[in-house]
Write a new protein. Sequence first.
Length: 202
Amino acid sequence: MPSAREALLDSAYAALSTLPWTAVRMVDVAAAAGVSRQTLYNEFGSKGGLARALVRRAADGYLAGVERTLGTHLAEGGSPAELARWTVRAAHGDVLVKALITGVWGDHLPRPDASPAGRYGAPAPPTPTEMLALVRDRAVAVLAAGPSPRDPVRLELCCEVALRLALSYALVPADSGPGITAPNRTAADRSHRRSPARSTPA
């Protein structure tokens, strides 16, 4: 059973499937999560705090997927293409991840707050540039330590190119047709997207 905090974040994310963030009401988020409005305010402090935590959770989820991809594929001699594929799937599966890695925020989404973390604790998410550098550097470290020695400078360039290519695919709507669909996307990938219905195509 999810904690009250996770239930509230799930409820807030679900609300984005039908409403722009400006129309999401704290009382409705709390009711959908099965907790009191006071509990919501105790957890997040304000609607801004809730938005910050929601965006931070999306960033953490994407980065956790990066770590899984690195552990599963790249450590065994894989290529940066695996990381690019994960990035595209993550962006097409969650509009907040898409916004985080591309920097394209629709008016219907909560925007990240770059101010220092307050008493409610969610640190500001990385900027797109910081996210790219973080993922690239982690991929280079894993690949360089893999079974086949590789030139770190060349690796960094390959990872950077793969991730930038992934970002260009991420900006394309997920179901735009075979000519511009991300490579190796399966029907299962498409059927498990978590994308609010009113997302604004980038």
